[in-house]
Design a protein. Structure first.
Length: 93
């Protein structure tokens, strides 16, 4: 779901289970993406303490859609979908 300014909200689960399973690296990659030059999609990045999906973590939510078992490769795919095919390998997750 887009924010009021049209940006896409990305919420990273920062609960201990997701963080231990790799969301610390996912968060760093998302921060790099958010600050990247030339990105097409405008995003708002935030965190939450738990999304109650611990066994499926690491978890994140893009808009209203939950994504589970996030890896660096899967994150790159999701970010490329936000920007379309022309963004390339900007997101270095």
């Amino acid at each position: 779901m887009p924010a009021e300014d049209g940006a896409i909200e990305i919420v990273v689960c920062l609960g201990s289970s997701c963080f231990a399973r790799g969301n610390s690296e996912i968060l760093a990659a998302l921060q790099h993406y958010e600050q990247g030059k030339g990105s097409k999609a405008q995003v708002h990045l935030s965190g939450c303490l738990c999304q109650d999906q611990c066994k499926q973590g690491p978890n994140l939510k893009i808009g209203s859609e939950f994504h589970h078992n996030i890896t660096a490769a899967r994150l790159r795919e999701l970010l490329q979908q936000l920007d379309g095919p022309s963004r390339g390998n900007h997101a270095k997750a």
